[in-house]
Design a protein around this ligand. Structure first.
Ligand code: B12
Ligand code: SF4
Length: 480
């Protein structure tokens, strides 16, 4: 191992930020993951530069492996290496830390996974973790490391001293998101991302974030970095960012990445007005709640280029929505699904199976709702109890101990002892797959054939699969 760098001469701290996600290692990438550079790192990079730091980003998304990190470390000689973490990329993040330490750099983790379990990263060799909003904490840390003073006592930074976790004082959230500089797109290879989008869709797509946090409180939702706070940029600031993307990168399609887009009606009305006035000629998509998407709003959104909406429908059973503390009604789902169809906006439904309290009848209700509206796209996952959530708390004595970091765990594996065995949920997922295929067949081929296949499949489910997979016989065959 090389000697750790001592305090440098006066001058700017050097910070190397790393996104350890390697797309080619991700079996789900082609099917499910839409590739955009990390907005967290782009924002941190811009902020640090504004504070006088020298910054580079190593984005491993299109790399073969992490070797390039060492090359860049040797060329740039940073004081500090900051690694973005997600559960999925934990192993690569730790490898990056090892490479950084071998070159004598101080290494810090940030992002959702290290926020949930800082001890894992500190034990694996990271010098520090920033478990919350990163801008202020990372700037202070970079300056302190540059001065040779380390991480202790810095607000918003967690370290380990003699094997013990030591949390620095709390740090207030940034109040004015408009004060943040535009993301430092020039620090990553934007053309690689945009070119890929252009080749696959004909559009140059980029991700934009207009707010931080979410004011709602769904029981299974993990909000490790921004908690229940909710702050948003002004519509004017959002339009300035969109214009910059349009002018500098010829972006013509935007994905708004907010947890919930359009929480405030007045805010979104103003944004839509600006989009029309400025003739940005963008098409766009967002994730929103069914209770917020009123039909008149959807019509306006459509007129400004809205193409696709992701909605968390989650369940077709009101009982389950209430247990999840979703705060939505089935009537909202129906109204929104109808309005989306009427306006010709693609709908992507998120559905969840296996939440505590769910019975086979609740799953049937979800399937019936799905059948009724046939959304163009959907994802049906098995509920994942994420540490720090009320859901996790309620099942923590029934966890199976399987790793949440494997790809399979991403909504396809059962991580706690639920009402039914995993195989039942996998079977139910397959039924949604069949239903989606039949939905398409109904629209394009023969409704009668689709209807008949559906009936046979339902009968097979009730009479054979469900009893077999749950170990329970159907009522008609129940023993006396
Ligand atoms: C937008 C988004 C996406 C977009 C990505 C757009 C982009 N490239 O940025 C898309 C849809 C592509 C996506 C994909 C995935 N996502 Co996603 N995504 C989000 C979402 C909604 C917002 C992320 C975001 O941009 N936040 C805004 C930025 C400013 O915040 P940030 O990244 O957290 O960064 C701040 C701090 O965390 C911190 N920080 C971050 N990194 C670092 C590094 C250092 C060194 C420091 C000091 C600080 C620091 O400072 C930043 C600024 O304050 C979050 C939920 C959420 N609210 O966080 C989920 C979320 C991050 N995604 C998640 C997941 C699971 C995925 C996927 C794996 C899902 C999949 N389909 O397989 C993929 C992975 C793709 C990948 N490349 O890694 C999970 C991660 C959970 C976990 N513990 O790992 C989250 C938390 C959602 C959830 N609750 O489950 N996602
Ligand atoms: S699931 Fe969505 S609406 Fe619910 S708390 Fe999480 S981010 Fe907010």
């Amino acid at each position: 191992m090389t000697e750790r760098r001592g305090p440098g001469p006066d001058g700017a701290p050097r910070v190397l930020l790393v996104d350890p996600y390697v797309a080619r290692e991700d079996p789900m990438e082609r099917k499910f993951v839409e590739l955009y550079p990390s907005l967290g790192l782009l924002t941190l990079g811009a902020f640090l530069r504004g504070q006088g730091c020298e910054v580079e980003i190593v984005d491993l998304t299109f790399a073969r492996d992490a070797r390039v990190v060492t090359t860049r470390l040797r060329a740039f000689r940073p004081d500090l290496v900051g690694v973005h973490t997600k559960t999925l990329t934990q192993t690569r993040a730790i490898e990056v830390a090892e490479r950084a330490r071998a070159e004598g750099a101080f290494v810090v983790a940030g992002g959702p996974d290290s926020a949930t379990r800082p001890e894992t990263y500190l034990e694996a060799g990271f010098d520090a973790v920033v478990p919350g909003e990163g801008e202020g904490a990372l700037t202070d840390l970079a300056r302190s490391v540059r001065r040779g003073e380390g991480a202790r006592g810095i607000a918003g930074v967690t370290t380990r001293v003699e094997g013990r976790l030591v949390r620095g004082p709390g740090r207030p959230f940034l109040r004015d998101l408009d004060a943040l500089p535009l993301p430092a797109w020039d620090l990553v290879d934007m053309e690689e991302y945009l070119g890929r989008w252009e080749r696959s869709t004909g559009e140059r797509r980029a991700a934009v974030l207009t707010s931080r946090g979410c004011p709602f409180d769904c029981s299974w939702c993990s909000k490790p970095t921004f908690g229940r706070t909710f702050r948003q940029q002004s519509p004017e600031r959002v339009v300035a960012e969109l214009s910059a993307l349009r002018e500098r990168y010829r972006v013509n399609y935007v994905r708004f990445c907010d947890d919930v887009f359009g929480v405030s009606r007045a805010w979104i009305d103003r944004l839509l007005t600006l989009l029309l006035e400025q003739h940005l000629d963008l098409r766009w998509e967002c994730l929103a709640r069914v209770d917020l998407l009123k039909p008149d709003l959807l019509r306006r959104m459509r007129s400004t280029g809205l193409e696709r909406v992701y909605v968390g429908v989650e369940s077709g059973s009101q009982k389950m929505l209430d247990l999840m503390n979703r705060g939505t009604r089935l009537a909202h789902v129906e109204r929104t699904a109808e309005a989306l169809r009427r306006e010709g906006i693609r709908q992507f439904w998120f559905l969840m199976l296996g939440y505590p309290g769910e019975t086979l009848e609740d799953i049937e209700q979800t399937l019936r709702l799905f059948r009724r509206f046939s959304p163009e796209e959907y994802s049906v996952s098995i509920a994942v109890p994420v540490p720090g959530t009320r859901f996790h708390e309620s099942v923590k004595d029934r966890l199976t101990g399987r790793a949440a970091s494997s790809r399979k765990a991403g909504g396809r594996a059962l991580l706690y002892e639920a009402a039914y065995p995993e195989v039942l949920y996998r079977w139910e997922q397959a039924r949604f797959g069949l239903e989606a295929a039949l939905g398409k067949a109904r629209a394009r081929l023969s409704p009668r054939v689709a209807e008949r296949i559906g009936r046979v499949a339902d009968r097979f489910h009730t009479e054979v699969a469900a009893p077999l997979l749950t170990g329970k016989r159907p009522p008609a065959h129940a023993p006396p």
